[in-house]
Design a protein around this ligand. Structure first.
Ligand code: NAD
Length: 326
């Protein structure tokens, strides 16, 4: 059985990905790691170690001792948080990736590393953004993901490292909070709605961005990692598409279930980031090469989010939601 190491495991993606990896590989074969030592309580089924992904020696020791076969390298500083401290963001995002790629070369590890739609920017066609457009990213996060893609491709071509990557759109999930990205509004809005509170959105109402419901993102990740080696011809990172919508469209969809819900708009610095990102993504290469296909549309995702956040609040004894459909 393959042994799997996850870095940045305590984040929005890591928690959900691990829940999907456990049934496939067995909890005993999964090692969750994160720089945050307090995250141990989130991992009752798997082993957990507090690890800084920039600590090359410690990671080497772990890979060796636990006889790791695959690494899901998720540790990163995201787009909005990254702008608060650009140099530290570059350091974390790039240094940790290069450490993981070197370990992959040394120990013949298979690697998953997420890229992002933040690689796109000025000069990029914003509708149906193709796989390889010209682009000048306007965040340090985007620059680090763009450079990271080139490093992945380099290690794949020069050293035959089996590294695979997806350019995730904004990820929407109910079980773990978002980690400081430009698309976080699309999670925050649901929590306000379910708490019968109004929502003030930090993007303008017509800002269309590509998003994806977490179950689709997790499935895409597993499908990519389980695909036959020969099918994976793109070693930078794959465009994948889920749902594209604006804050106003999401608001209207939520309002169908919660008619009292109200929204207001107060764009902040994240608007400038969003303005350079694609509105929709052309993912035809991922569809052709490894059969990617999303399952969730806006209405299915909205209903599922409301149901699950409400359920969670019910379990905590704090739900006051009156939605007959739920
Ligand atoms: P997150 O911010 O929720 O989680 C990141 C985790 O990394 C945190 O638990 C943090 O403690 C940890 N971390 C930070 N620095 C570390 C270090 N030096 N060593 C070890 N751990 C460290 O982010 P996420 O949403 O879970 O994103 C995971 C990956 O997916 C990232 O690479 C991100 O760029 C990518 N991604 C996410 C989205 C999204 O919408 N969430 C979209 C595109 C790409």
């Amino acid at each position: 059985m393959q042994k799997i190491l996850i870095t940045g495991a305590a984040g929005q993606l890591g928690i959900e990905l691990i829940n999907a990896l456990i049934p496939v590989y067995g909890a005993e074969n999964i090692l969750a790691t994160d720089i945050n030592p307090d995250a141990a309580s989130k991992f009752s089924d798997t082993n957990f170690l507090s690890v800084n992904a920039m600590d090359a020696d410690y990671l080497d020791k772990i890979v060796n001792e636990y006889k790791i076969d695959q690494v899901y390298h998720l540790a990163a500083i995201l787009s909005a948080n990254g702008e608060q401290n650009p140099l530290a963001t570059w350091e974390v995002n790039m240094k940790s990736l290069l450490i993981v790629l070197e370990l992959a070369r040394k120990y013949k590890l298979k690697v998953f590393w997420p890229s992002s739609i933040a690689v796109f920017g000025r000069g990029t066609q914003r509708q149906n953004t193709p796989q390889n457009p010209g682009t000048i990213p306007n965040t340090v996060y985007g620059i680090s993901k763009q450079a990271g893609e080139q490093w992945c491709n380099y290690y794949a071509e020069k050293f035959n490292v089996d590294v695979r990557s997806i350019r995730y759109p904004g990820l929407i999930s109910y079980s773990s909070p978002p980690g400081g990205g430009t698309t976080d509004y699309a999670v925050d809005i649901f929590h306000k709605a379910v708490c019968n509170q109004n929502y003030e959105c930090f993007l303008s109402e017509e800002t269309r961005l590509p998003m994806m419901y977490m179950p689709d993102a997790v499935r895409a990740t597993l499908e990519l990692m389980q695909s036959d080696f020969k099918k994976i011809k793109t070693r930078t990172s794959y465009n994948i598409s889920g749902i594209s919508f604006t804050p106003a469209e999401l608001f209207r969809e939520i309002k169908k279930h919660l008619p009292e819900f109200q929204i207001s708009y107060r764009p902040d610095f994240r608007q400038n980031i969003a303005n350079t990102w694609p509105e929709s993504i052309d993912d035809s290469i991922a569809r052709i090469e490894w059969g990617w296909k999303p399952k969730y549309d806006l209405s299915k995702m909205t209903l599922n989010m409301l149901k699950n956040i409400n359920k969670k609040r019910n379990r905590q004894g704090s739900s006051n939601l009156l939605i007959s459909i739920l």
